[in-house]
Ligand binder design. Structure first.
Ligand SMILES: NC(=O)c1ccc[n+]([C@@H]2O[C@H](COP(=O)([O-])OP(=O)(O)OC[C@H]3O[C@@H](n4cnc5c(N)ncnc54)[C@H](O)[C@@H]3O)[C@@H](O)[C@H]2O)c1
Ligand SMILES: [Zn+2]
Ligand SMILES: [Zn+2]
Length: 393
């Protein structure tokens, strides 16, 4: 089959690799019909290379048709249409019973002290072959699937793998009071969708970024926007100016570890991403740092007693945090990978033909899988209006 493979920093290729097959009774194999590129893939493309091996298959946002089913997957049939969540979870352990699927104790990557295994997301998350490919082996398939009806186009459901539940969890974790306000930092796919969901729930939403076409997308859906490139004042001051001097009740950080505006941490990340993996890996696991500009902005923006919800991925082990401010402002912080299946029943009613969240037109680019190298490049460089790319195998 053809698959998108990681080869090195900023180097992905489409290769011919062996077809996946059933390896365990709890596996299924799906034929992929749509598969997205995510902002999380950009971290592998840029700064997390030490945890990748050349040839690793990328991707964790696939959907398709079930082609083979293991003997222990009673609830899937060949021909079923399914979306595959980005995390692999058993559905029946201590953590899964609490709907903490990203912490599944059956798939936890204990060698690295990490939570549930993820598709296509480095050895830190189990080195599981990913879904930017023609076929995908799905471990723990009895639970790691979302059945969707035939009929509507893939665009209606494909974001259930990640964008929709991640944005939904970001908004729930932001704990916005009834009729309250939320600032969303970063309007990539996650921030954009979080803005749509927060607006749908009736909150006042202020979206912040510096990429004009991304802000225009948010604005066209009735959200207030602030372009940080257009104002010299710190973003906290700008938001306080819009909110009676207090800041918004909540802030969602949909940026993560590669924020603009953190020059020192950027230099450290870049230096370690050029080191041999044997040196970079232990270094990053002990003294790695993130580019914290967005998180620092969130701490400044949130009103006293408010909540910060982090959906942007962080990976530093030695990040300096302003504990004085966090403590004094009495900030509540929630974070983590999205527990995908926890939110599906809440989201499904919004994926009807009325399309209130605009999923059918959410992709900026739909490209053949063979064009993945170009797609990664324009998405990372924010060229050609790239916001969300769907690949078609
Ligand atoms: N928690 C989860 O389960 C989960 C799931 C998917 C993605 N993510 C993470 O969410 C983050 C966003 O993903 P995406 O797909 O939207 O990626 P993206 O890279 O397209 O979007 C990030 C946006 O943040 C903007 N930005 C950068 N620095 C900023 C700053 N200092 N202030 C304000 N905006 C800034 C960028 O211009 C960009 O538009 C990534 O870190 C990704 O890894 C988390
Ligand atoms: Zn993703
Ligand atoms: Zn489990």
């Amino acid at each position: 089959m053809r698959a998108v493979t990681w080869q090195g920093k900023r180097d992905v290729r489409v290769d011919t690799v062996p077809d996946p097959k059933i390896e365990k009774p709890t596996d299924a194999v799906i034929e992929v019909t749509s598969t997205n590129i995510c902002g999380s893939d950009l971290h592998l493309y840029e700064v997390l290379g030490a945890f990748m091996t050349p040839g690793d298959i990328l991707g964790h946002e696939p959907m398709g048709i079930v082609r083979e089913v293991g003997t222990d997957v009673p609830n899937l049939t060949v021909g079923d249409r399914v979306v595959i969540p980005f995390q692999i979870s058993c559905g029946n352990c201590f953590m899964c019973n609490r709907q903490l699927y990203t912490q599944c104790e059956t798939t936890q990557v204990r060698d690295h002290g990490m939570g549930a295994a993820l598709f296509g997301y480095s050895e830190l998350y189990g080195a599981v072959p990913g879904g930017q490919a023609q076929y995908l082996r799905v471990p723990q398939a009895q639970f790691t699937h979302i059945k969707v009806p035939d009929g509507p186009p893939d665009s209606r459901f494909v974001y259930l793998s990640d964008v929709l539940p991640t944005a939904w969890q970001a908004v729930v974790y932001a704990d916005v009071p009834e009729g309250g306000s939320v600032t969303i930092l970063g309007v990539g796919p996650i921030g954009d969708m979080a803005a749509r969901i927060a607006a749908h729930r009736g909150y006042r939403v202020i979206a912040v970024d510096r990429v004009p076409e991304r802000l225009a997308r948010a604005e066209s859906r009735g959200v207030e926007v602030v372009n940080t490139a257009e104002s010299a004042a710190p973003i906290g001051e700008v938001i306080r100016g819009l909110t009676d001097g207090r800041g918004t009740d909540s802030v969602i950080d949909a940026v993560g570890m590669e924020a603009h505006g953190s020059p020192v941490a950027k230099a450290i990340q870049q230096a370690s991403s050029f080191l041999p993996a044997a040196i970079a890996k232990p270094m990053m696991q002990k003294i790695g740092v993130d580019r914290l500009d967005a998180l620092y902005s969130a701490i400044d923006i949130v009103r006293r007693g408010g909540t910060i919800s982090l959906s942007g991925v962080y990976g530093g082990m030695a990040d300096p945090l302003p504990m004085l401010t966090l403590f004094d402002k009495q900030v509540q912080l929630r974070m983590g990978q999205a527990n995908v299946k926890k939110w599906v029943d809440d989201i499904m009613p919004l994926l009807d033909d009325g399309d209130p969240l605009g999923v059918d037109t959410f992709a900026s680019h739909i490209l053949p899988l063979e064009e993945a190298p170009h797609a990664y490049e324009i998405f990372q460089k924010k060229q050609d209006g790239a916001v969300k790319v769907v690949l078609k195998p």
